[in-house]
Write a protein that binds this ligand. Structure first.
Ligand SMILES: [Zn+2]
Ligand SMILES: [Zn+2]
Length: 232
């Protein structure tokens, strides 16, 4: 004996209901044929990328310095969230001093610059990346380097300071020395000043993250949990 197929029955039932509805619609007094009034399709929900990244401090940091680094990492996560229109942030961060095993390495405690350059990112052989910054990095340094590593995922053409044209508002420009955090957003086709580019969002970011949308309201950043290992 053949078992009854519940899925088939369900589909048949659905088809029957649809048929009845369409027949009813054809003669309904309330039928509205005006399709122009349909609202636009809703923007799909964001699929944020949550980064779990270890941060290392090369030197021996005091407890107060580690707490300051922790607060700065939380601010960096919120800034990344804002720069990516609510589509990437730091979720869990292990912060350890006297260590160099992290993906983000603070080369010193009290300078804006890292050891070899202001800040830099390089690809590791076999995959992955490593960011170096000074302990007192301006926020643009982080948004720029994490731009290479994760947001734009490009180590070469993403440098806007290599392109001719007026200085862009973009974090992928060079950092302007002085106090302050610099440029902490990625440019788009409407505000990029480099004629060769259609802006970081259109040229690179949306190509790398096919399920992201732009523009989008970022909203409040999710929690960034920083766990400290402070060696004496
Ligand atoms: Zn840009
Ligand atoms: Zn630009």
């Amino acid at each position: 004996m053949r078992k009854r197929d519940p899925l088939r029955t369900f589909l048949l039932g659905t088809a029957l209901v649809a048929l009845i509805l369409s027949a009813a619609g054809g003669c309904s007094l309330f039928n509205d044929d005006d399709d122009d009034s349909k609202p636009p399709p809703p923007v799909p929900p964001a699929v944020p990328v949550a980064l779990d990244v270890k941060w290392s401090v090369k030197d021996n940091a005091s407890g107060a310095q580690m707490l300051a680094f922790k607060a700065r990492i939380e601010a960096a996560s919120a800034q990344l969230w804002n720069a990516t229109s609510g589509q990437m942030y730091l979720r869990n961060v292990q912060l350890e001093d006297q260590d160099q095993s992290g993906k983000v390495i603070l080369d010193n405690l009290t300078q804006q610059d890292g050891d070899l350059a202001f800040a830099y990112t390089y690809q590791l052989t076999g995959g992955g990346w490593e960011i170096h910054m000074g302990g007192l990095y301006p926020m643009q340094a982080f948004i720029h380097e994490v731009g290479h590593a994760e947001v734009l995922q490009d180590w070469t053409v993403a440098e806007e300071y290599d392109l001719p044209g007026p200085t862009c508002i973009c974090a992928m420009e060079a950092y302007i020395t002085g106090s302050g955090d610099g440029k902490v957003i990625y440019c788009d086709s409407g505000n990029c000043t480099k004629s060769q580019r259609s802006g970081c969002w259109q040229a690179l970011i949306l190509q790398m993250h096919s399920n992201w949308t732009y523009p989008r309201t970022a909203g409040a950043a999710p929690a960034c949990t920083v766990t400290i290992t402070d060696h004496p």
